[in-house]
Write a protein that binds this ligand. Structure first.
Ligand code: 4AD
Ligand code: MG
Length: 507
């Protein structure tokens, strides 16, 4: 008998196999037990028929607790209706370890409870799907850059200098010196690009963000390519090609995962095919404030229309609930009642989301109208702006005063810097930040002083401009923001196995 894993069951149809895994769910019928088993590669239903197995095996099956580890053997049959498309007719079952009462059941649980049990929550189906999408994205990142002849480099984690401002530094000790956990590998990436031409880092980065938001982690993974002899236009071309590649990879390889996540993947087709809009900061602000139109509409009109739809949605859904409740009151069978009760719960959650939109849309409109030219785009500004497009949007040429010290100033309009942000659609906002780097030694020194950074810590960085300085550019993609968007998750905490964020160090 061959040992199989669930994702390869297609090779074993009509054959006897053995398989090791965990019991994730179970139901009973007359003389039958239906076990849903997971083994890390997938899910499969095993049927235990009282007439086909010995009494001992049937009794084990009957009393098996959720998450017990087991070894089973049986016949693989094809069955399109079952999870994964196959079923196992079980003929033997061995208990490896019986699980105590598992804290995470099919009942709804609060998020804090799930987060406290993250080490166990990772076993549930949605989390399984998210981690597999994350894995595929990581694979796609490497395949993209390796095929483009980039050299992967590892930047240090202990660093002596800030990169992205001093307000989010985690301070640490490095023997007798003060060190900081890296906010970005970029400066080291620039040094390496001068040695190798094109490089990319892919490592953990740390930012002390003393607030709880749905898009900030204290520890996140960043992909940072850096290219010698690139200007910001070439940089933007690369960002677009890169995002198209990794989106295509997950679209083509993660359909089962997206099905579990109920993620409609139609939007990916357009992203892979169509050119991303590129707006200057000036254009973006014009659109945001409603002074410029997109497809004949202003942001204000679009959002006012959205609000009308939200209000109608709340009315329709409330009516649906009323009707379902009336049906239940009128008396229905248990099965139907459960079905309707579930439906009511789902609609209630949908209404909650709509109520939230009803609350925030007017606030978004207000703050968009009041946006002050020269300031940075806030989260809601990004949402409003990207609401006008179905594709990721690039915003480039930013006021230099709101960007990092290393950004290249635009010779034609010196108040601007050649930075670029990529904003994801569907309200996800900034997923990429990057730009061309300053090559003028004196301007760079001026900027380091302006930002009150310790010049001594940057002497090595300034050397890159002293010895064969060349135009160069790069960007950083936050992996977790990418996972959150492609999986359409409400919160970034589910995108990484063990999130580190304000107020969360365990497990
Ligand atoms: O825009 P940022 O700060 O850019 C840099 O760090 C540059 N040094 C990158 C470069 O040019 N090499 O960060 C880049 C990206 C953001 O767009 C976002 O996706 C992600 O990193 N990011 C975070 N993700 C999760 N939690 C946080 N606290 C994040 N801060 C930034
Ligand atoms: Mg940024």
């Amino acid at each position: 008998m061959e040992r199989a894993v669930i994702q390869n069951l297609n090779n074993f149809v009509g054959k006897e196999i053995s398989l090791k895994g965990w019991l994730t769910n179970k139901r009973s019928g007359k003389g039958l037990e239906f076990l849903i088993v997971r083994d890390g590669t997938g899910y499969v239903q095993c049927i235990v028929n009282e007439d086909d197995v010995n009494e001992k095996v049937f009794n084990i099956a009957k009393s098996l607790s959720q998450e017990s580890s087991i070894e089973i053997s049986g016949l693989v049959v094809k069955d399109e209706r079952q999870v994964g498309g196959y079923e196992i007719q079980l003929d033997n079952l061995k208990l490896i370890s019986e699980a105590s009462a598992f804290p995470i059941t099919n009942k709804p649980h609060g998020v804090e409870f799930l987060m406290d049990n993250r080490h166990l929550w990772l076993r549930s189906k949605r989390q399984w799907a998210i981690m597999r999408v994350r894995n595929r994205l990581i694979f796609a990142v490497h395949s993209f850059f390796q095929n483009e002849d980039f050299i992967q480099m590892d930047a240090p984690i202990f660093t002596g200098n800030a990169v992205e401002g001093t307000s989010t530094l985690f301070e640490s000790k490095f023997y007798d010196e003060t060190a900081y956990l890296s906010q970005s590998g970029q400066l080291y990436g620039e040094a390496m690009a001068m040695a190798m031409g094109k490089i990319y880092t892919f490592g953990p980065t740390f930012r002390a963000e003393k607030s709880k938001t749905r898009r900030h982690l204290s520890e996140f993974w960043m992909i940072e390519p850096e290219m010698a002899f690139f200007d910001n236009d070439m940089n933007m071309d690369l960002i677009e090609k890169f995002i198209k590649h990794i989106v295509k990879e997950v679209r083509d390889n993660c359909s089962f995962e997206f099905e579990i996540l109920e993620r409609d993947t139609k939007i990916f087709d357009k992203i892979i095919e169509d050119e991303f809009p590129r707006l200057t900061y000036d254009n973006a602000v014009g659109i945001l404030k409603g002074d410029e139109k997109v497809d004949g509409k202003t942001t204000i009109e679009t959002l006012e229309n959205d609000l009308i739809l939200v209000l109608e949605g709340i009315k329709d859904k409330s009516k649906e609930i009323e009707e379902a409740e009336k049906t239940i009151k009128g008396g229905v069978k248990k099965g139907k009642r459960n079905y309707l009760q579930n439906k009511i719960d789902t609609i209630k959650n949908e209404i909650k989301d709509l109520e939230e939109r009803k609350r925030v849309i007017p606030q978004w409109v207000e703050s968009a109208k009041k946006f002050k030219y020269g300031s940075d785009l806030g989260g809601s500004d990004e949402t409003v702006l990207t609401r006008m497009f179905e594709l990721p949007v690039m915003v480039y040429n930013w006021p230099h005063e709101i960007k990092a010290f290393y950004m290249k100033r635009d010779a034609d309009s010196p108040e601007m810097a050649k930075g670029v942000d990529l904003l994801a659609p569907e309200g996800y906002g900034e997923i990429v930040g990057g730009g061309e780097r300053e090559t003028d030694l004196n301007l760079l020194i001026e900027k380091i002083n302006e930002h009150k950074l310790p010049m001594k810590a940057f002497e090595w960085y300034l050397d890159l401009r002293r010895f064969g300085s060349v135009p160069h550019a790069g960007f950083g993609l936050g992996l977790e923001r990418m996972v959150a968007w492609v999986c359409k998750l409400k919160h970034i905490r589910e995108t990484i196995p063990f999130p580190r964020m304000y107020g969360r160090l365990f497990p």
